[in-house]
Each structure stands twice: as C-alpha cells, then as structure tokens.
Design a binder for this molecule. Structure first.
Ligand code: 16G
Ligand code: ZN
Length: 557
C-alpha cells in the first residue's frame, strides 16, 4: 500500500470508530422496529433517540452522495405533544426520494452491533465517496423532547465528520426553504429566517398594494397557532408585514398544550373551531398544524353555523385567481390542480366543469402530489387536510419574468404579470407552508375584495364522513386508481360499488392508513345522513371482509 492510501484507510477507520463510539450514547432498544412512514418516522418521543442519531448519519451520506446540503427536521407535525418524529429534506427542498426512505428504515432498525455493517452497505450500494464534504441543516419544533432529539441528529452528523448548521426552532417549511436557498446559492432567497420573512413580506406588500381601500376589519385575521412553532414564527414575522395584515393570535403556546383541542388537524377532523378563539360572526379565521406546514380556514355565520374552508377550497381559490391572471397577461401556460381521493366531489366538479382546469388525482401523501404537480407549467396541489402549495415550472417562470420586462406589453398585461411575479415570490414552492399559504390567500381575497363567505360560496361541499376500522393486518387491503378502488380483499370493491348505488351523488373508498394502524373509510353523498350511513355500511364491509378486530362498527345515528 502507498502511504496516502494507508492514511486514507486509517482515517476511514477513525471515522467509523467515532460512529461506533458515539452510537453507544444513542443505543437502540433491542427488538424495536419502526418504518419511515408517509412523512418520516413518527412515534412516542421516548423511542426516538437512536433514530435521530442514525438519521444524522444518513443525512450525512445523502449530502456526500448529492454533493449538496440536506435538511433534517425534528417534528411530529399534528401528533400529540408526547410524540416526535423526523423528516429528511432533499437538495431542492423536496422530501427525500423513495430509495433513501428504504435506507432510513434499514438503518433505523439495525441492531446496535450491526449498525456499521448497514452503514457500509448503503455506502457501497450508493457508491458514496466518503472523502466528499457533507453539510446538514437541522431544525426542530417546540416539543419538549425536540431539544435533545435534535442534539442526537447533530451528534450523528458530526460523528461522520459532516458540517452542521443548527437553525433551532423553525417551522418545517422554513427548513425546506433554507435547504433550497443554500443549494441554489441564494437564487431562491437568503438562507436565514430573516431572509424568509423579507422575501415573503415584500411579495405580500407588493400584492396588497393592488387591493384598494382595505379597511382594518378586512386586514384582520384570527390565527390559531396550535400552541406550536407557527405561533412563534408568526409573532416574529408580524413587524415585516407593516400592519397590512393584522393578526390576532390565539393558542400561541404561552399556556396550552401543542395540538390539544386546537390546530388544523383538530379543526378539520372535528369540523369545529379550536378552543380559545374568540370568533365574531363572519370573521376570517385559520389554524396551523404543529409544524406549520398545513392550514385550514373557517368562519361562523350569523346563525352560529361553522363553515370550514379546507384544502380543496384553498386550491380552488388560488387556481381560479392564477387562471384569471394568466388570461389577463395573455400567457398560454397550462394550469392543473392535483388532488387526492379525499377531495370533495364538488370541488373536482367545479374545477373541471366550470373552471375548465385539468384535475389530476394521486395517492395520499405530499410527495405524490408534489411529483404530479411538477408535470405542469403551473401545478396547484392541496390535500383536503390543508397541506399544499403551487409549483411553477422553470419555463413558466421564465415566460413570466420576460413579460415583466417587455416594454411593449399593455397596462392590463403588465399589471397581471407583475401580480403573477409577486405571487411566485410569496409561495414556498418547496413544500406546503401554512404561513406562505395564509399570505397568498389573504392577498387573493384582498385583491378580489372577497370575504370568507364569498369564497365559501364558490361551490358547496358535498356532505362527507370519514371513519376508521381496526383490522388484524391492514396490508390485506390493496388499492389502485389513486386509492379510489380496492383490488383486495376479494369482493370488497364489489360490495362498495353496490352500497354506493343506493345513495345519490355518492362516492366511497377505503385505504390502509400510512400513519396509523387502521383502515380509513371515506364516504360522501347528497345529505349528511346518507354520507354517514354509507360510511357505516362500508365500514361494516371492511370489518367483515378484511379481518376486523374488536367490536363491529356501530351506526352513527
Ligand atoms: C401524512 C402526510 C399527509 C397525509 C397523511 C395521511 C406528508 C408531509 N404528510 O401526515 O400528507 O395526508 O399522512 O395519513 O406527506 P394517513 O395515511 O394516516 O391517512
Ligand atoms: Zn405538519
């Protein structure tokens, strides 16, 4: 062996020696296995220390492999405060690719004495040059467990010689933004929290200049921060918005528990306002989830009725606005809305039949929607639960930028294309972002002079119901057609088809959850009673045909 080869060999050994030593400080409980789920690992925080250390190792490898900065976010989103979790962020701010999700599971479940073997296996499979430098950005939410868990991530990275930047408390979308800024060398913005506030607030202020005579009432928005990181970051951002948005913050974390009786998931699932919010009639309100990557809006009418404006309503509002601007700007760009099977049938019908927008349906989970949206000039994607954003293709952005500079464009086209340009700057294209989405919605409502009621009246939701059924092994349910049809167990889909025919404007599907050990059932129909009854009948079919355990599902009424 030549001397330098010997030295390299020695330093590699030293590198793994450090992993070996440090991993003992983050031991894996024997026998515990966890899966990298729909959106990363997520479980009770007490099981996660070794996972965090190992995700630090994996992010370091991913960084060496891609020669880019990688992000690791410590959060369990809308889960209870006692839980925690971790999400890996790829170079352009998107979620980590499927193959590496597999490595994440492999590394997470390796018993203590085979950790190095699994690590080397990944290095070999991916042909990773270990002499490459590595850089990992780390962020965390406000959970009590997040501080020590993010320290475990940092330990993992440094034990493999990677460089870290600890952003501390940030929202999930803020960390996605930082990673994208870093890897585009500042083209997307400056990779600091202040840079994020500056970019978004400037775009917001430019847009709202186009909304004339807004009253203070119209500028007022009630925000439920879910007692989480979103509340903290909203407070930080407020001065940047120069009173063009007057936020009344509740569930700001000063007393309540994270996601407890509040937050986007609670509001969407319970179909009611969060605790601690003082809502006037018709007042616009919104809720973030625990890591501020989801948002839903709502208001109560003069009869005290609660109205939810969910991800479908958000997608409709934003795509309608963008389509109008494209027409005014005379730009021939294709706009599409990406939904999942959970999208309310009324929203799909409105978009296709009235707005004449292309609608595409994907499997549940943001990564599926994100990929589908990348296929269009402008891809608007939202899950009904309020997670979503808008993606503009490079070509679309170029056309818009060129038209902004075109001296021959008339005033109408100029105005429209400038609005498009500011909207692009306001949208966090890396991932769904409650703060960014909120500012886009507020700007669109302001520019169009619309109230929450006007927005709600665009179309009327079909009554719907979601239920869950516990079965002994949810993997017996296999689906196709973007989860809208079940191919197994045998006879289930035929039964669902027969049941659906009994009701008007009805639709129903079942799918195994990606985050909980249950089968989810969705039904919609012309009345709430029909939707409830259909959901119950389908639940029974699942219980009987897919190995239900525990008590048989009971009727809702
Ligand atoms: C995760 C997904 C969310 C999806 C949900 C479905 C991300 C960031 N989050 O929270 O998009 O709607 O799972 O849960 O992808 P389920 O499989 O339990 O119904
Ligand atoms: Zn979330």
């Amino acid at each position: 062996m030549f001397i330098h080869e010997k030295m390299q060999c020695f330093s590699e050994m030293a590198q793994f020696e450090e992993v070996s030593q440090k991993s003992k400080l983050h031991p894996k409980p024997e026998g515990l296995t966890l899966q990298y789920g729909t959106a990363g690992f997520r479980t009770h925080a007490k099981h996660l220390d070794h996972i965090m250390f190992r995700m630090g190792l994996l992010a370091t490898l991913r960084s060496k492999k891609t020669k880019s900065t990688i992000g690791v976010m410590v959060t369990a989103s809308h889960n209870p405060e006692e839980d925690n979790g971790v999400k890996l962020i790829d170079p352009m701010g998107e979620m980590v690719t499927a193959a590496w999700e597999g490595y994440a599971t492999q590394l997470a479940n390796a018993e203590q004495d085979s950790l190095l073997k699994e690590l080397k296996d990944i290095i070999k499979k991916e042909d990773i040059d270990m002499s490459e430098p590595a850089s990992v950005y780390v962020g965390k939410d406000t959970r009590p467990s997040s501080a020590s868990l993010s320290q475990a991530v940092l330990d993992g990275v440094s034990s493999l010689g990677g460089k870290t930047h600890d952003y501390g408390l940030v929202t999930t979308p803020q960390l996605h933004y930082m990673v994208c800024c870093c890897n585009t060398h500042g083209c997307y913005g400056s990779p600091t929290v202040e840079g994020y506030y500056q970019k978004l607030s400037q775009a917001f202020l430019q847009l709202t200049q186009n909304a004339l005579n807004r009253t203070d009432d119209q500028k007022r928005l009630l925000v439920d921060g879910a007692n989480g990181i979103g509340a903290l970051k909203m407070r930080e951002m407020e001065p940047f918005l120069r009173s063009e948005l007057q936020v009344v913050l509740s569930n700001d974390g000063s007393s309540g528990k994270l996601n407890h009786m509040c937050g986007a998931d609670y509001v969407k699932v319970q179909q009611k306002a969060p605790q601690g919010m003082n809502m006037g009639v018709g007042e616009r309100c919104c809720s973030f989830d625990g890591d501020a990557d989801r948002i839903v809006y709502y208001y109560t009418d003069s009869k005290g009725c609660f109205h939810l404006l969910d991800g479908d309503k958000i997608a409709t509002l934003i795509s309608t606005y963008l389509k109008e601007l494209l027409t005014q700007a005379g730009l021939n760009l294709q706009i599409a809305v990406v939904q999942t099977a959970y999208a309310n049938g009324s929203s799909t019908r409105y978009l296709e039949d009235v707005m004449k927008v292309t609608v595409c349906c994907t499997k549940t989970g943001v990564k599926h929607l994100h990929h589908a949206a990348q296929e269009y000039d402008i891809g608007v994607y939202f899950e009904a639960n309020g997670h979503g954003t808008v993606l503009f293709s490079k070509a679309a952005q170029k056309q818009i930028q060129e038209l902004v500079k075109d001296p021959n464009a008339n005033d109408e086209r100029k105005r429209a294309v400038k609005l498009l340009e500011s909207t692009i700057n306001l949208i966090n294209q890396t991932v769904g972002d409650a703060i960014s989405d909120m500012l886009v919605i507020e700007a669109v409502l302001a520019i169009r002079g619309m109230s929450a009621q006007d927005w709600d009246a665009i179309y009327t939701d079909l009554p719907n119901r979601q239920l869950k059924v516990t079965v002994s092994d949810r993997r017996v349910i296999d689906t196709t057609d973007a989860e809208r049809r079940a191919v197994s167990p045998e006879g289930l889909q035929d039964t669902i088809d027969t049941l659906v025919k009994k009701y008007k404007s009805a639709r129903s599907f079942v799918r195994p959850s990606g985050t909980e050990d249950v089968v989810r059932v969705y039904a919609e129909a012309d009345t709430q009673e029909s939707a409830d009854s259909l959901a119950h009948e389908v639940s029974l079919a699942v219980y009987r045909l897919a190995g239900g355990i525990g008590d048989e599902p009971k009727p809702l009424h």
